[in-house]
Ligand binder design. Structure first.
Ligand code: MLT
Length: 404
């Protein structure tokens, strides 16, 4: 008789955003006349930039001609895209990351879930609390997290680094020594970030204790302050302790297109074993390459026209962020984030729990957000709104919230 991977049975409930989608669908069915504004999941709403669409059309035409048709993509990514990434995201910032240290994928969600596979199940992970649920859930599936305590909503073998208003949502070095440290900066869900000097301290710490940092830079394009690093490789010593995950979803609107990449520096080793070789082996075995059309779209992100158009798109979303932030402040809410990230993190009013506020906002204002407790126990009493809606919907949502 076959057996299943029992670790899946340990997962409490369903994936956060699936639960929210189900709740919203039920509300919508019961209230078909209500115009619901969705500021929950961080999904973009603006169309792909013209330079990207043009590149995709051209690539589609190439696929229609036997002379330019492409079959399987190189499993680690086309050279044209890996070089564009290396030149623009790294060398232009003084980071010595070569094209062959970049592994193109179908998005950072897959990479952030998959990367743990190359590490021992004996490793202890450290995560921020609150945290993007994929990091913890994928480690639960691998059997790395111990047992779940429903009372504390914590796993026995996970090191939690609480990020609260008391520490400005900045994680502190844990008392116990972790083997793998997940950092998402600028942060999802709190919308806050740390300075380059603070990030350097994490790099120094990881090198000292022999930990690896899994650095999720999905929101890098939203950084507006000068003292914040755009890549962990801006920090000295990061190439011996850090893997960086990047996405095209938030900077270029690829949530439905799917493209991302992971950097595994050649210098990153465990004893004599190269993690670069391990990830290449894993990627080559389990992944057949992101589609040619999509990789050409990714290349267009780095063209002059693409860069100019995307700068406008980011500014559009960040205008939403400041509209949400100032609107909530006027309404008397305690608000964080929204300066270097497209997320606003607010304290729920009147001692409401995160889910109570979710229901209240959905029923009374027909606005969907994300309950902070869905990201971890320290998220209880907080709530996340995203700046990825249309400007009109964002303004309308704020009007409704102010009128409550
Ligand atoms: C979020 O809302 O936290 C993100 O959109 C989820 C994701 O990027 O997968």
């Amino acid at each position: 008789m076959f057996q299943i991977n029992d670790n899946y049975q340990k997962l409490p409930g369903s994936y956060l955003f699936s639960t929210i989608a189900k709740k919203v669908a039920a509300f919508s069915e019961a209230n078909p006349d209500k115009n619901i504004i969705r500021l929950g999941i961080g999904d973009v709403t603006q169309p792909l930039a013209p330079a990207i669409i043009e590149a995709m059309h051209k690539a589609v035409d190439e696929m229609a001609d036997a002379k330019t048709f492409r079959g399987y993509a190189p499993d680690l990514g086309y050279e044209f895209l890996r070089k564009a990434i290396s030149d623009n995201d790294y060398k232009a910032r003084g980071c010595d990351i070569e094209a062959d240290e970049i592994f193109v994928s179908d998005g950072a969600k897959s990479d952030s879930g998959n990367i743990q596979e190359i590490f021992s199940t004996e490793n202890r992970i450290a995560v921020c609390d609150p945290v993007y649920p994929v990091y913890v859930d994928s480690n639960v599936m691998a059997g790395r997290t111990g047992t779940y305590d429903p009372a504390t909503e914590m796993w026995s073998n996970v090191i939690y680094m609480p990020c609260t208003r008391e520490n400005n949502f900045v994680p502190e070095f844990p008392k116990e020594t972790p083997d793998m440290i997940y950092l998402c900066l600028p942060n999802n869900p709190t919308g806050t970030t740390i300075t380059k000097a603070q990030l350097q301290e994490w790099v120094d710490y990881a090198n000292k204790v022999g930990a690896v940092i899994i650095y999720d830079g999905a929101y890098e394009a939203y950084i507006s302050e000068d003292n914040v690093a755009h890549s962990i490789y801006e920090c000295e010593g990061a190439k011996t302790c850090a893997i960086e995950l990047k996405s095209f979803s938030k900077n270029a609107g690829f949530t439905g297109v799917r493209l991302g990449y992971t950097v595994v520096p050649k210098e990153l080793k465990c004893g004599d074993v190269s993690l670069h070789s391990m990830w290449a082996r894993r990627h080559g075995t389990k992944f057949n390459g992101a589609p040619y059309i999509i990789q050409r779209a990714g290349e267009a992100v780095y063209s002059d026209a693409g860069k100019a158009q995307l700068k406008e798109q980011i500014a559009y979303y960040m205008k939403n962020a400041s509209t949400i932030k100032s609107g909530l402040q006027e309404a008397g809410f305690e608000v964080y984030g929204g300066v270097n990230a497209p997320y606003i993190w607010l304290k729920t009013p009147d001692q409401m729990t995160s889910w109570e506020f979710f229901d209240y906002l959905l029923e009374k204002a027909n606005v969907v957000g994300t309950p902070g407790s869905g990201f971890g126990p320290s998220g209880e009493g907080y709530f996340r709104l995203t700046a990825f809606g249309s400007y009109e919907n964002t303004v309308a949502a704020l009007e409704r919230i102010k009128a409550l």
